[in-house]
Design a protein around this ligand. Structure first.
Ligand code: FES
Length: 168
C-alpha cells in the first residue's frame, strides 16, 4: 500500500500524543468495521481549542490521521474545528489509499465527540453535532472509565451499542 510522505512522517513522528490532565472534553470512538479505537482530549479557552492530545489503538493511517487532526485544530475556534471533515484531513495528508479512507473518519469524529462532550458538560447540548460515520462510541469521561490498558475488550462500550452517526 502506498502512503504519502506526509502520512509516513505523521506515522513515524506523531504529534500531540498522550492525554491532557483534566481535559474540558473527551471523545473516544471505535471503528465498527476494524475495531480500532481513538481517544481525543481537548482543552478549551474562550471557545478555542487551546490544546489537544490523542491516543490511538489502530493502524498506521489512523495514527497519522490523529496526529494531523490535532495539528489542524490547535488554536482554532470550536466552530472552525468542528467544520473540518474527513476529506480535509485526507487532503492535508497528501491523500490516503482507497482502503484506508475510512480511517480518516475516526479522527474527525473523535474530535467532534470531544467537542460534543464539552458542549454537554457546559450546558449547551443544542450545540452538539452529528458524527460523520457510525462508530462504537463513548463520548464522555464517565463512560470511558476503564483499566486504561490497550486491550480492545476493555475499551468496548459495555452495552456493545453502536452510535447513530449520519452515515454520510
Ligand atoms: S484500519 Fe482501522 S482505523 Fe485504519
Amino acid at each position: 500500500m502506498n502512503y504519502s510522505d506526509i502520512v509516513m512522517d505523521h506515522f513515524m513522528n506523531p504529534r500531540n500524543v498522550g492525554e491532557l490532565e483534566s481535559p474540558d472534553g473527551i471523545g473516544q470512538i471505535g471503528n465498527v468495521s476494524c475495531g480500532d479505537i481513538m481517544r481525543m482530549t481537548i482543552r478549551v479557552r474562550e471557545e478555542r481549542i487551546e490544546d489537544v492530545r490523542f491516543k490511538t489503538f489502530g493502524c498506521g493511517a489512523a495514527i497519522a490521521v490523529s496526529s494531523m487532526v490535532t495539528e489542524m485544530v490547535k488554536g482554532k475556534s470550536l466552530e472552525e474545528a468542528v467544520a473540518i471533515n474527513r476529506d480535509d484531513v485526507a487532503q492535508a495528508l497528501g491523500g490516503l489509499p482507497e482502503k484506508k479512507l475510512h480511517c480518516s473518519n475516526l479522527g474527525t469524529d473523535a474530535l467532534k465527540a470531544a467537542i460534543n462532550d464539552y458542549w454537554r458538560k457546559t450546558g449547551h447540548p443544542e450545540k452538539v453535532v452529528p458524527l460523520e460515520d457510525q462508530h462504537l462510541e463513548h463520548e464522555s469521561e464517565e463512560a470511558n472509565a476503564c483499566c486504561g490498558s490497550n486491550e480492545r475488550g476493555c475499551r468496548q462500550p459495555e452495552d456493545g451499542g453502536v452510535s447513530q452517526g449520519t452515515g454520510a
